[in-house]
Design a protein around this ligand. Structure first.
Ligand code: PLP
Length: 381
């Protein structure tokens, strides 16, 4: 059987990962500044994480949500504490898109309305409502087309006000930091405006922290740079460090009803043990503070490069979620970083923007190696 060919692949086969590094089948070592789409939070093959998963697997790997799964309670308790959302409720599922689908359903059930505000350059996943809220018409199939979604320019308060004035809005969905769109940060004022408009018009605020959450921004959630609390927060990626698990954090005023949401695999024993290990390591190794410090260092170094090389137009981001915008498309730079310097980096929907999303465990020498590689490339352009 052939694979259904939907991915553009590098001709690389990875065999091993350790910390911020991966090795291919020829033994070549790569610095991973991409974390497989911002998924690797605590580093590859962390021994505590492996041990936790192994231990769980040797007892029971899976049972469905028809029995009590104690690991779900432990996960919810630890997540509530570390994220400072102890009074919220947790619904567990399997992927980012699924988390957003469930957030939309909850908002719609709760408000009895169906219109959603989303933003230009957004990405929320590829399933039906998630893709309808995504600003990329090329991945929206006719079956996903819906007139329930209104797109607004990010940080445009006037436009947002107008949408609320003329429509019955159920929810606003915003990424903590826009990822695939090219690293765009909603302003603190804008987040406050969304919060107050949602309060005023009885709509829910959904924050998609699937990429920007779990410490990547230097806070547990990127929206915590503003002092607002969304009603729903969606999480995935860094949550399981590669083990598929996702979730929705749900405001205490939103009441559950048996059968309201559901999933076969969500919150199974093995997935929860992976997610618990991630939280334990984030805490034990103080990785959120570390991500903040490494992010500041990386941005400073990039700004120095920007001052020296006019090829760099902008450097932006928070913590270890950084976008480098070049004056022109950067695919050749990305390829040279990979082939000559053995460094993985990420693309974005803006061809000029390189995304840097390393494991939160990255160290200064790794950052310096990357800066020197980039400098060497830029000095030859
Ligand atoms: C902000 C954001 N939301 C949602 C998703 C979708 O997540 P998944 O691919 O796990 O469905 C992604 C994935 O890149 C994302 O970056």
């Amino acid at each position: 059987m052939e694979l259904f060919n939907v991915y553009s692949l590098y001709d690389i086969t990875l065999e091993k990962g350790q910390g911020c590094f991966v090795w291919d089948e020829n033994g070549d070592k790569y610095l991973d500044l991409y974390g497989g789409h911002a998924v690797i939070s605590i580093g590859h093959s962390h021994p505590y994480y492996i041990d936790k998963i192994n231990q769980q697997l040797s007892k029971i790997g899976f049972y469905s949500n028809s029995v009590i799964i104690p690991q779900q309670y432990e996960l919810a308790q630890k997540l509530g504490k570390l994220s400072e959302y102890e009074n919220y409720q947790l619904f567990l599922c399997n992927s980012g898109a699924e988390a957003n689908e469930n957030a939309f359903k909850l908002a719609s059930f709760h408000t009895n309305k169906k219109k959603i505000v989303c933003f230009n350059k957004s990405f929320h996943g590829r399933t039906s409502a998630a893709v309808a809220a995504t600003d990329d018409r090329t991945i929206v199939a006719p079956v996903n087309v819906s007139d329930n979604f209104f797109f607004c320019e990010l940080n445009n308060e006037q436009k947002l006000n107008e949408i609320f004035l003329t429509n019955e809005i159920a929810a606003v969905i915003i990424e903590g930091i826009q990822g695939l769109g090219g690293i765009h940060i909603p302003s603190i004022n804008f987040l406050n405006t969304i919060r107050s408009l949602c309060n005023k018009y009885n709509a829910l605020m959904i924050c998609d922290e699937i990429q920007s959450g779990y410490g990547r921004s230097g806070k547990f959630f990127a929206h915590q740079y503003a002092k607002i609390k969304p009603d729903l927060i969606t999480i995935a990626k860094g949550m399981g460090n590669g083990f598929p698990i996702a979730g929705v954090l749900i405001h205490p005023d939103i009441k559950p009803k048996i059968g309201m949401l559901g999933t076969t695999f969500g919150g199974n024993h093995l997935a929860c043990s992976a997610a618990i290990a991630v939280l334990d390591i984030l805490k034990q190794e103080n990785l959120i503070q570390h991500a903040l410090e490494m992010g500041i260092f990386l941005e400073q170094e990039l700004t120095l490069l920007q001052n020296k090389y006019s090829h760099i137009k902008d450097v932006r981001g928070l913590g270890l979620m950084i976008g480098i915008e070049f004056q022109s498309p950067c695919q050749a730079i990305r390829t040279e970083l990979l082939e000559r310097f053995k460094i993985f980096t990420g693309t974005s929907s803006n061809k000029n923007v390189l995304r840097i999303l390393p494991p939160l465990t990255i160290l200064k020498p790794d950052i310096i190696y990357f800066i020197q590689a980039l400098q060497s490339i830029l000095s030859n352009l």
